[in-house]
Design a protein around this ligand. Structure first.
Ligand code: AVI
Length: 322
């Protein structure tokens, strides 16, 4: 018998780990891949030859910079460019450079949960684009968006790149888009990157690199449980396993127990039994088609303004308004 709901949790991580590993089938959220080590592993993933997403989106921004900037500035060339989950801003810098060099009246407001990510980005932007106004916002997307909204009525262009939306189940993606939509004014725009359905092998390869970087990224949630919650997971006793369903467009990551084992998580007073080949589901990376994007937008009260894509239409950036 495992402890029940009277356990008092000090953090969301504690609660989610407790509940996810006590559930059947077991699950843990991919948001817990990201700590300092996880951030670095994700940077490495973005440089892997198999992980096409980053390159495709970079190429779209590079190929269509002037058109995208023109779309953003349409009707009102003075706007705030707000980026949700800015990271190192490598792709956004293409747009920022163009906007800055062509005298658009833009203020860039990157939002990130990690203060060190924001500090690094601000520093590099001051060096590379000294004339650009940068105002980082630390916090969750909605805290920061609400704060920005309350400041004044300047038009907003909100960026959500990297197919980050794909890490949300459709119902959560709709809820997320609805919340953003509610914070948008009539002339505000939302620019989102979507990884599109393609040859299933290409997708599997992107999440199953032979160098083991994605495996380490997936297992980082177990490493965090070991260091932060006094767990004793033996990472070698788990397999990284990726599946892709070409019908639904959902790629799913699992950690699979290679043998029967019991893991203790002392801070949670928890003992977890694993049967041989039992799974922990850790991540979804949704792939889209045009119909699904239109359906998500419709459900969130958004209208598609236009789209930009690579020549093979493997990745698309959509512009939405409310
Ligand atoms: C951040 N996110 C969009 C990545 C993805 O493609 O789902 C995270 C990732 N997981 C494994 N590789 C990359």
């Amino acid at each position: 018998m495992q402890k029940s709901t009277q356990v008092l949790f000090k953090t969301q991580f504690e609660e989610d780990v407790y509940k996810g590993l006590s559930d059947f089938p077991k699950h843990l959220s991919s948001k817990y891949f990201y700590d300092q080590k996880g951030d670095k592993l994700f940077q490495d993933i973005m440089h892997m030859p198999e992980y096409y997403l980053t390159r495709k989106e970079y190429d779209i921004l590079k190929q269509h910079t002037a058109e995208i900037a023109g779309k953003f500035a349409m009707g009102n060339p003075r706007f705030k460019l707000i980026e949700l989950g800015a990271g190192d801003g490598k792709k956004t810098k293409i747009l920022l450079k163009y906007l800055s060099e062509n005298n658009f009246d833009v203020k860039y407001q990157p939002i990130d949960i990690s203060q060190s990510v924001l500090d690094g980005l601000e520093k590099s932007l001051h060096k590379e684009l000294p004339d650009l106004q940068v105002e980082p916002q630390h916090g969750t997307y909605f805290e920061a968006l609400e704060k920005i909204n309350s400041e004044n009525g300047t038009k907003k262009v909100i960026l959500f790149l990297g197919s980050n939306i794909g890490n949300l189940l459709h119902e959560h993606a709709i809820a997320f888009l609805k919340s953003v939509q509610e914070l948008m004014q009539d002339d505000d725009l939302l620019f989102i990157g979507f990884d599109m359905k393609k040859n299933p092998q290409t997708i599997l390869d992107a999440y199953n690199d032979p160098s083991g970087i994605t495996e380490a990224f997936n297992k980082n949630v177990l490493a965090r449980i070991n260091t932060e919650l006094d767990g004793n997971f033996d990472l070698d006793k788990f397999l990284h396993w990726e599946v892709y369903d070409p019908e639904t467009g959902t790629a799913k990551s699992y950690l699979v127990a290679k043998e029967a084992q019991t893991v203790s998580i002392d801070k949670l007073g928890l003992l977890i039994d694993f049967a041989p080949w039992e799974t922990i589901h850790t991540e979804i990376s949704q792939k889209y088609d045009d119909k699904v994007v239109a359906w998500l937008a419709d459900n969130a009260g958004l209208k598609i303004e236009t789209e930009f894509s690579d020549p093979e239409k493997q990745y698309k950036n959509f512009v939405f308004r409310k």
